[in-house]
Design a protein around this ligand. Sequence first.
Ligand code: CP
Length: 300
Amino acid sequence: MSRFGHLISIDDLSKDEILYILKKAESFEPFAKGMDKSRILENRLLANLFFEPSTRTRMSFEAAMKGLGGDVINMTAQEASSVAKGETLADTVRVVSRYVNAIVIRHPLEGTARFAAENSDVPVINAGDGAGQHPTQTLLDLYTINKESSLKNIKIALMGDLKYSRTVHSLIKALTLFNPRIYLVSPDSLRLPEEFLEGIDGDISFASLGEIIDEINVLYMTRIQKERFPDEEEYRRVAGSYKIDVNSLKNAREDLIIMHPLPRVDEIHHSVDGTPHAKYFQQAFYGVPVRMAILSEMIE
Ligand code: CP
């Protein structure tokens, strides 16, 4: 197993380990841009097991692995695998872990990545387990904040679906390592679950965007996670709320950065894309060097 073992929750990493990965990711940026070639994972193989849709996470892991000279095998369509014949996840992982040097897994059920790790002979990386955690997204989010703003004196608003967004659940835990001022902006029905507020070391409060837009230096938007709602009617009640456009940013600080893990639906109007505040596409690019740094540490 690698020095980091499995990466299931952002809590698996200390602050020093997080900062180490961010520093290492910086050194991989030229490779991520195709300006240089690395062979450090030559003859190494990664398996992508995706039981839920993905564009960025799956493709950036693939780009990262190939950028390091390694290769990737993918299982994306359950109906085309033996899962459709009733094979259990434990057996799937036991078999695949004998083919590869590491496994990336995304699954709609919380806790699945940890269960996979218990059945794997190789490191397992959680690429999102239901509304649970998405630790590699958090690492690239922290990398984006560090590059485009600062992790020191951070005043951040987390806005949108804070109940079901796994990117927020991971990020808020990591942010507390950096003494942040955190504002939570969401409809009442999509508030951050209490369990994520327990033990938080830092200033945290509920707010509306209008109250804090002239104070924050990071606005982290999230999509309303339709697929996690138990009831379609409950989704319809909040769908379309909590949107921003250029008018919402009139009183924003000049150095405000706007982030979003993507995909977006309608929560950030396209008029925002051309402003210097918009960093979400750059954030998606940073997924490649950050995942290069993660893979280079996790695969022996
Ligand atoms: N941010 C993120 O997880 O995107 P994908 O769902 O496209 O992987």
